[in-house]
Design a protein around this ligand. Structure first.
Ligand SMILES: Cc1cc2nc3c(=O)[nH]c(=O)nc-3n(C[C@H](O)[C@H](O)[C@H](O)COP(=O)(O)OP(=O)(O)OC[C@H]3O[C@@H](n4cnc5c(N)ncnc54)[C@H](O)[C@@H]3O)c2cc1C
Length: 366
């Protein structure tokens, strides 16, 4: 076990929670600070598909994190469920992509990466998903793709974290700036008090760029709003995830169906709009006509931590000893969390990293 150090984690979304959890299980003392209740921002609002939406369109850097995480998710969920009694509900349904323009690229990518993606006849899709709309003519399918019930994942992570020794969580405690002494970051300021540590980790999602700005650094992480709607159907209504024209339907185990999502540049404004509601309903009905008769039981917005190419920042901040980043996961923070947080802890504790850390290093990117 590594020598015990004190680590201050700023932000309690899936990234901050899992970073803190991994550090604490390695015997580190952790203080996690969140300006509201933990796990209520993007990590609550997301859809929870345990895959990038179009994995073949991403860089190898995102793919490497995604593949490590996808393999690890079932065991993470089992461990959290056993430790807390809160089941993150990893639901392995497979995913159909319908009427893609770049099917050939997708299939070539999957062959290279050894992923189980195959072309399927549309009649076979209709047999597997009888509620599918009539307007589609071609499909590819990846078996084994899961979704995680992210509000339960963060609830479970919080409970698991609080049960570990050496952990303190302060909610409703906004970090206002960093304490810099002799060129080293030694803590953070909040309205409540100072929190000092050997290391400070910025995992504040869409707010990370703003916070780092207080040190005169330009971190290109910006909020990208996403709205989703929710239906409640019978538990066997939709057996698989389906995706067409950048919109998707995700079945939870209990028959809740999520339809997402919009992609909007609207600053830190999280209000929902009627325009998005109508557009999401139209996509829902195109994918699954029977939803025209179902009631929308939820509609919300969240702020994704947008970053160039969706490649997260994981590692030390150059020029500011003691300050680290784990942020900028854009559309894929739920799927990328296990690998990102394991890689992060490997770097901080100077262990052999699970994957090559170079593509995520802040050096040269901020
Ligand atoms: C509509 C939508 C659909 C999505 N679908 C998927 C999907 O299917 N699959 C997938 O992998 N990803 C998905 N995502 C993306 C995913 O949700 C995010 O990438 C991920 O949740 C980011 O996690 P995070 O911990 O970095 O940020 P957040 O969950 O936003 O957490 C950041 C935390 O920092 C706190 N904070 C902010 N400022 C401060 C401060 N000054 N002091 C202290 N605390 C602070 C906040 O209160 C918050 O709790 C989706 C996102 C949205 C919005």
């Amino acid at each position: 076990m590594a020598k015990q150090q004190q680590v201050v984690v700023v932000g309690g979304g899936v990234i901050g929670l899992l970073t803190a959890f991994n550090l604490a299980t390695q015997g580190q003392a952790v203080v996690l600070l969140d300006r509201s209740a933990v796990g209520q921002e993007a990590s609550w609002a997301g859809g929870g598909i345990v895959s990038p939406l179009y994995p073949w369109r991403y860089s190898p850097a995102v793919t490497a994190l995604a593949h490590w995480s996808q393999d690890f998710y079932p065991q993470l969920a089992e461990r959290l469920f056993a430790a807390t009694g809160v089941d993150p509900e990893v639901h392995t349904t497979g995913l159909y992509w319908l009427d893609l323009g770049d099917e050939a690229e997708a299939l070539a990518w999957a062959a290279r990466e050894g992923r189980p993606l195959s072309k399927v006849d549309i009649s076979a899709v209709r047999d597997a998903v009888p509620v599918l709309g009539p307007g589609f003519s071609q499909a590819i399918y990846m078996a084994g793709v899961a979704n995680v019930r992210n509000p339960r994942l963060v609830k479970s992570l919080k409970a698991a974290l609080l049960a570990l020794p050496g952990v303190t969580v302060h909610e409703h405690c906004a970090v206002e700036g960093f304490i810099c002494e002799g060129g080293k970051i030694v803590g953070v300021n909040t309205a409540l008090s100072e929190f000092r540590g050997d290391h400070v980790v910025l995992a504040a999602g869409a707010w990370s760029g703003e916070l780092l700005g207080s040190l005169g650094l330009e971190l290109p992480v910006e909020p990208i709003k996403g709205q989703m709607i929710l239906y409640k159907c019978a538990s066997d209504f939709l057996p698989c995830m389906v995706l067409a024209k950048r919109r998707y339907a995700i079945p939870r185990r209990d028959g809740h169906i999520l339809i997402g999502s919009t992609l909007e540049h609207d600053g830190f404004n999280k209000t929902t709009t009627d325009k998005a509601l109508q557009s999401l309903k139209a996509s829902a009905v195109e994918l699954i006509p029977a939803l025209a008769d179902a009631e929308v039981v939820g509609h919300w917005a969240g702020l994704r931590p947008g970053s160039p190419e969706g490649i997260p920042y994981i590692g030390k901040v150059p020029g500011f000893d003691g300050l680290w980043l784990n942020c900028g996961h854009y559309r894929n923070g739920l799927v990328l969390a296990p690998a990102s947080c394991q890689l992060f802890v490997d770097l901080l504790l100077e262990c052999e990293p699970i994957i090559d850390p170079a593509p995520y290093a802040p050096t040269g990117r901020i």
